[in-house]
Write a protein that binds this ligand. Structure first.
Ligand code: XUL
Ligand code: CO
Length: 437
């Protein structure tokens, strides 16, 4: 198999091709329903998994190498950035995402770390112009350092709240400079391990206070994009406050933040919460809170966030179906919050993994449109609720009923029959749409 350095550009060769380093379904400039595939999918590269992660796990060290032959920290992070843009160029990925600590070496103090960060933001800005790429979103890593062990905005220690704010400020500055259209809050440690030491009421109020001041600063410096929460139920905390999309929307509504804040839905987080990826996307859409996606998949046999590249075609069809119904991506995009397996430890594995993930979503997009065009599923749902189009159903919808009028109506019914939900029939339609030639 070819080496990373042998590969110039990943081309679209179509489904019949056996070339490993080629797209089979993703054809960036092909128009589907009036839009280029690249604009439908708005793929983004995650810096942390792609440029920094080198295979370490709880039981062993690196299996790969992401030092790019450098030892001086600043030189190393510049070499990482050079690699990042070369990789995006090879893959026709237009956007990328990072945490502050992903792009720059950490110094001895917070001030030193932030100085390094701003230096690297300038460096990324130059690379963006050279390669015609743009930031999708940035986020502050407010969970890795020891001081964040009890949370950031929800820490019992107010100095930690301030340190977290300093990092968010720097990331918002970076977002504005690099043209980011979203800013993400993932509250990995905003939660608790035990209620026996936790003032939940104060922590939730503080989380809202933190989001509010971040929003106000962002708007002040001209950030016009969306602020995003990224739901996850647990890991690393036993309970994360941003448990799932419904919980997040309720929180945002309670503190009057919905509107400025929307959702970044991650597939593996959905399954950890006991939901499907599609469920989370549907709830976000119904709350007007859909914005962006962290694409990956978990392993149903494992109870943690494995962040695998998405290869399950059913998941991507249903995800793209929801995204199309939500009107598609605007400020958001499809960020691969996915990492190559520990044993896939070469640089060319990164290309192969992105090709697999991008092709799976590209095929998902094509088939979701096919499912919608086929129309049988949407028509079935439309018919299933037909009782609300006329008669008593229409009265219910129009708010013309009371409990008494409904009781009068119901007592006159001598026979009530609910039609079959036809789940198996509908699942077979999906298979038919996927596999018909
Ligand atoms: C962790 C996770 C994060 C966020 C950004 O599970 O998904 O990488 O996406 O902090
Ligand atoms: Co994520």
């Amino acid at each position: 198999m070819k080496k990373y350095s042998d590969i110039k550009k990943i081309e679209y060769l179509g489904p019949q091709s056996k070339e490993p380093f080629a797209f089979k379904y993703y054809n960036p400039d092909e128009i589907i329903h009036g839009k280029k595939m690249r604009d439908h999918l708005r793929f983004a590269m995650s810096y942390w998994h792609t440029i920094d992660y080198a295979g370490t796990d709880m039981f062993g060290g690196n299996t790969g190498d992401k030092t790019f032959g450098k030892t001086d920290p600043m030189e190393m992070f510049k070499a990482k950035a050079d690699f990042a843009f070369d990789l995006m160029d090879k893959l026709s990925i237009d956007l990328y995402c990072f945490h502050d600590v992903d792009i720059a070496p950490e110094g001895k103090t917070l001030k030193e770390s932030l100085d390094n960060f701003y230096t690297m933001v300038d460096y990324l800005d130059k690379l963006q112009k050279k390669y015609n790429k743009r930031l999708l979103w940035s986020t502050a890593n407010n969970f890795g350092d020891k001081k964040f062990m009890a949370g950031a905005a929800t820490s019992p220690n107010a100095d930690v709240f301030a340190c977290a704010a300093a990092k968010v400020k720097a990331c918002l500055d970076a977002d504005v400079k690099l043209g980011g259209t979203c800013y993400v809050f993932w509250g990995g440690r905003e939660g608790y391990d035990t209620l026996i030491n936790t003032d939940m009421g104060l922590e939730l109020d503080n989380m809202a206070r933190f989001l509010r001041i971040a929003r106000d600063y962002g708007r002040k410096i001209g950030f016009k994009g969306d602020f995003l929460l990224e739901p996850k139920p647990k890991e690393p905390t036993k309970h994360q406050y941003d448990f799932d999309t419904a919980t997040c929307c309720n929180f945002l509504r309670q503190y009057d933040l919905l509107g400025d804040f929307k959702m970044n839905i991650e597939a593996n987080h959905a399954t950890l919460a006991g939901h499907t990826f599609q469920h989370e996307l549907r709830v976000a859409r119904l709350n007007g809170a859909f914005c962006s996606v962290d694409a990956n998949q978990g392993d149903p046999m494992l109870g943690w966030d494995t962040d695998q590249f998405p290869t399950n075609i059913y998941d991507t069809i249903y995800a793209m179906y929801e995204i199309i119904k939500a009107g598609g991506f605007t400020n958001g995009g499809l960020n691969f919050d996915s990492k190559t397996r520990r044993q896939s430890n070469t640089l060319e594995d990164i290309l192969l993994a992105y090709i697999a993930g991008m092709d799976t979503f590209a095929l998902g997009l094509r088939l979701a449109y096919k499912l919608i065009e086929d129309g049988r599923i949407d028509e079935f749902i439309e018919r299933r609720y037909a009782s609300y189009k006329s008669g008593i159903g229409k009265d219910i919808i129009d708010g013309k009923v009371t409990l008494e009028s409904l009781a009068d109506y119901a007592c006159k019914l001598d026979h009530v029959e609910v039609e079959s939900g036809r789940q198996e029939y509908l699942e077979a339609i999906v298979n038919n749409v996927i596999f018909e030639k």
